[in-house]
Structure formats: C-alpha cells, structure tokens
Design a protein around this ligand. Structure first.
Ligand SMILES: Nc1ncnc2c1ncn2[C@@H]1O[C@H](COP(=O)(O)OP(=O)(O)OP(=O)(O)O)[C@@H](O)[C@H]1O
Length: 363
C-alpha cells in the first residue's frame, strides 16, 4: 500500500453524529487543525523485530488540540506505533521512519534516552492500561505528582511542587488520597493519579493506550471524562488507542483504522463511522455495538438484543500478513487485484487504501 506523505466493554454514552461540534468534522473536509502546524508528524514509521515487519509505513499527524483515535483489532500494531512515538520499544524491536514533535528540533526516532526522557512527561505524556506500572509503589501519591513537576521544572521548590500537586489532585477529586500509597487506591483512582501525573506539566500531546479497558463501566466513564476535560483545558492534543469504537465516537474528532500494521483508513470520526470505505473498517463497525451508517446516526446499540456479525477468519500472526492488501485473506470482496498493494485514495488525512471500497460499484 502506498500513501501520499501525510497521508468490549459496555459502551459509554455515544454522542449523536452531530454532537462532536467542528466544521472540520464535515465529511470530505480535512480537519482544519491538521492543516496548522501539527503537534505530531509521523512519516513512514516501520517497526520490525528481526526480519518481521510488525508496523509498516505508517503516516500520521495530530493537529494542535486535535483528538485522534487509533483503532483496530488486537495485533494490528496500535501499541507498537504508540511505543515507537515514545521511544519505549522493547530492545529487540527497531523503528525506522520519522517522528517529529512541534517545538522539538530533532527526530524522535533514533534520539538518545536522555533526550527522550526530557520530552516524555513534558511535551509528550502517556497513560497506559495498567496504572500500577506507571506508579512507584513506595511513594505517596502527592509526592509522585510533585516529583514529575520537579523533574521538568527543576527551579520550583519541593514545597511549591507539592502544593501544586495537591491542587491538581483536588481538581480530580483525589485530595483525600494525597498521602496514600498506590496499593491503597482503587484501579480507577490509580488511573486518575496517572492521568494527573501525565497532565501535570501541560503536555502538548497526550497518548492514551487503552486507559479504561481494565476499569468497570462507571469508572471508565469518569476517567474518559477526566481525559477529555484535561486535554481540553490545556488545549493539548490527544492520540487515543482503543478497541472500543464507542469511546472513539465519544471523544475523538478524527480516527485512523489500523490492520496488519498499516493504516487502512482515516478521516473525521463521523464520516468513517457512518460511511466507511475500507472493507476492514466496514467489518469492524458491523462487529461493534455502534449502529451502522445506514441510519445516518452513530448511536449506542443494545448488544444483548442482537447478534453481532464478526469479521471472517482470524488475524494472521504478526509479520505474516499477505502481500498486496493486508486484509485480503479475510475480505469477502477480495479479487485477484487485491494481491497488488491498494493505493491510498483521498487526501492525506481522509482516505483509504482498498481496491473495492464500500459505497463504490464493485469492479
Ligand atoms: N517484542 C515483540 N516481538 C515479536 N512480536 C511482537 C513484539 N511486540 C509485539 N509483537 C506483535 O506485534 C503485533 C502488534 O502488536 P501490538 O501490541 O502493537 O498490537 P495492538 O494492535 O496494540 O494489539 P492489542 O490491542 O492487543 O494491544 C502483535 O501481533 C504482537 O504479538
């Protein structure tokens, strides 16, 4: 596939199609934010382990204050993409391509650990699924938040940082746990602490990788609300990785769909979720508990009342996706043409790579 440069937990409440208010979300109109100087610009990101390519030629950009979702089945390469951006890949895994952040004059790919750790937690922050991995079990909560502030703002005094930390905890209704240790908190409280730490230095980009998957429904909604309020208040951009399409419909303006380590479709959430073009996106939506495009509305369905279709076949093992269209071995529309790489059709931020797109006559 070639593209131009730049190219099930219960669902939380999902807004109606017109509830994500932005002229940029109008079908066919690339978001204005992406046209401004992007906060994040990824070009040709390829991630490999030994001779296996796990992520191939990913282009992705996030505009200032823009909220972008990255979706796809397990094994599609979402987490490896995020870890590459953060310089946190395991030792045996290598990344090539380019990852640029606004305001940073060097490429993050190939940057040394000292440079990367200055960027992480400052310009770029992240929240992962399991909050315990991000917290120090032997340190009180307020001290952990204060420490993050001190690492990046060494001129603040410890006392000032601690009082700022308590203020931040207060804003997420966690004042009562300031003196507690992580093991004394619930999973939802821990994730709120991690989010507080992530946002403590007003990053320009927050990356969340399945931050609510391990939480129960009511807590999920609260954490999502905090993420949304936290990035909005700071005008920070958000890259949100999830399996959960309803969450993306709730909080994101734009979405990228990954399969087989590639971006197969991208565009405004409403457009992609109501009129998907790539056959994989179409299958993913049909297998989700979002109503399909036919009604013109994206609404929360009642999964218990209807049997959801599934995408036929299984995801091939990592690095063993077919040549040509990576989805062709599972695609009901596949023809011989699909043994050749589908070209990217559309604009850099809104398009798809499929020989037989949905909504077009089958050739
Ligand atoms: N260190 C590694 N060595 C070999 N294969 C790996 C390694 N890390 C990840 N993979 C494989 O790469 C593929 C992509 O992994 P990744 O974690 O990015 O997927 P994902 O889309 O985030 O899935 P999930 O939603 O389950 O986290 C998977 O098939 C995974 O097994």
């Amino acid at each position: 596939m070639t593209r131009p440069a730049d190219a099930a937990s219960p669902a939380p409440p999902v807004p109606s199609a017109d509830a994500a208010p932005s002229a940029a979300d109008a079908p066919g109109t690339p978001p204005a934010a992406a046209a401004a100087q992007d906060v994040l610009t990824v070009r040709g990101l390829t991630v490999s382990v030994r001779d296996l390519q796990l992520v191939s030629d990913v282009d992705l950009s996030v505009g200032p204050g823009e909220r972008v979702g990255l979706i796809g089945e397990s094994g599609s390469g979402k987490s490896l993409t995020a870890l590459s951006l953060l310089g946190l890949l395991p030792e045996d895994v290598t990344a090539t391509g380019s990852v640029r952040l606004a305001g940073i004059d060097h490429d993050l790919i190939g940057a040394g650990e000292r440079r990367l750790s200055r960027i992480r937690g400052n310009h770029l922050a992240m929240v992962f699924q399991e909050p315990m991995t991000a917290l120090n079990p032997t340190m009180r909560i307020a001290d952990q938040v204060a420490e993050t502030m001190l690492i990046h703002h060494t001129r603040s005094g410890r006392r000032t940082a601690r009082s700022a930390a308590i203020d931040l905890l207060d804003r997420v209704e966690l004042t009562g746990v300031a003196r507690a240790y992580p093991h004394q908190l619930s999973g939802g409280q821990r994730q709120r602490v991690v989010l507080t730490i992530a946002l403590a230095n007003d990053p320009t980009l927050l990356i969340c990788d399945e931050p609510t998957t391990a939480l129960d429904v009511t807590v999920q909604a609260m954490v999502l609300d905090l993420i949304l309020r936290g990035v909005t208040a700071r005008d920070a951009a958000l890259l949100f990785i999830t399996h959960d399409l309803a969450v993306v419909a709730t909080i994101c303006q734009r979405v990228l769909v990954m399969y087989g380590g590639r971006v197969v479709e991208s565009g405004p959430v409403h457009q992609v979720f109501t009129a998907p073009r790539h056959r994989y996106t179409e299958g993913l939506l049909a297998a989700s508990d979002l109503e399909s495009a036919d009604s013109g509305e994206v609404t929360s369905a009642e999964p218990a009342r209807r049997r959801l279709p599934t995408i036929q076949g299984t995801v091939p093992a990592a690095g063993h996706f077919p040549d040509g269209c990576v989805f062709r071995t599972r695609c009901p529309q596949a023809t011989d043409l699909c043994t050749t790489p589908p070209p990217w059709t559309g604009t850099p931020t809104t398009g798809y790579a499929c020989h037989h797109p949905a909504g077009a006559p089958h050739a």
